[in-house]
Design a protein around this ligand. Structure first.
Ligand SMILES: Cc1cc2nc3c(=O)[nH]c(=O)nc-3n(C[C@H](O)[C@H](O)[C@H](O)COP(=O)(O)O)c2cc1C
Length: 189
C-alpha cells in the first residue's frame, strides 16, 4: 500500500476479530515506529506489547469512563502501550551523569511529539498489513504505569489495540484545507 493511500484509508478501529497477530507482524509495525525521527535522535520511546488477558483487562479498567475504546483494549489480541523516557526529547544533551537544560519553552513536552511520530508510523504500518488500531489517550497514565511496572524516569503516553478489524468505519469528517492553511502570515488566505 502506498503511503498516501494508507494515510487516506486508515480509520480508528474499535472492534476486533479474535484472530491472533503473529510476531512477525508485530515486529514489522514496531520496526516502522523505530524509524520515526526524534529530538536529536534520542528515541525516547519505549513500547510494551501486551498479550496477557489479565493485563489487557486491567488497562481497560483505567480508561476514562465511557471511553469508546474500552472493549477494544480488553478484547483485541494485542495492546501496544507507548511510553517515553523523560528528560531526553526537548533537552540539550547533558554532561555524563548530569541532565541537560530544556532547549525550548516547551520544556519536556517534546516527548509527546516524538512518541506521536513513532505511533503514527506504527498505525500506518499496521493498516498497510490489514491490521487495525486506535490511538487511546483518555486514561489514567499513572495507573497504567503501575500496572505495567514502568520505572521512574519514564511515563505512559498512549496505547492502541492491535488486531484484525471486525468493522469497516467510514471516514470521520476533516476540516477543509481552506480552514486550516494560511499563507505567509497566520490568518492570511
Ligand atoms: C491523541 C489522541 C487520543 C485519542 N484518544 C482516544 C481515546 O481515548 N478513545 C478513543 O476511542 N479514541 C481516541 N482517539 C481516536 C480519535 O477519536 C480519532 O482519531 C478521531 O475521531 C478521528 O477518527 P479516525 O481516526 O477514524 O480518522 C484518539 C486520537 C488521538 C490522536
Amino acid at each position: 500500500m502506498e503511503v498516501l493511500e494508507a494515510i487516506r484509508t486508515r480509520r480508528s478501529i474499535r472492534q476486533y476479530k479474535t484472530a491472533s497477530v503473529d510476531n512477525k507482524a508485530i515486529e514489522l509495525v514496531l520496526g516502522a515506529a523505530r524509524w520515526a525521527p526524534s529530538w536529536t535522535n534520542t528515541q525516547c520511546w519505549r513500547f510494551v506489547v501486551v498479550r496477557d488477558s489479565k493485563i489487557k483487562s486491567e488497562l481497560a479498567n483505567v480508561l476514562s469512563t465511557n471511553n469508546p475504546a474500552t472493549d477494544a483494549i480488553r478484547d483485541a489480541p494485542v495492546v501496544i502501550v507507548a511510553c517515553a523516557e523523560l528528560g531526553k526529547a526537548g533537552y540539550y544533551r547533558g554532561e555524563p551523569g548530569k541532565p541537560g537544560e530544556p532547549a525550548t519553552d516547551k520544556g519536556d513536552y517534546w516527548y509527546m511529539f516524538d512518541v506521536a511520530l513513532a505511533m503514527q508510523n506504527l498505525v500506518l504500518a499496521a493498516h498497510s498489513l490489514g491490521l487495525g488500531t486506535v490511538y487511546v489517550g483518555a486514561f489514567d497514565a499513572k495507573k497504567a504505569a503501575t500496572i505495567l511496572e514502568v520505572p521512574q524516569g519514564f511515563c505512559v503516553v498512549g496505547m492502541t489495540p492491535l488486531g484484525y478489524p471486525a468493522q469497516e468505519p467510514g471516514p470521520r469528517p476533516r476540516k477543509e484545507l481552506s480552514e486550516i492553511v494560511f499563507y505567509d502570515k497566520f490568518g492570511s488566505k
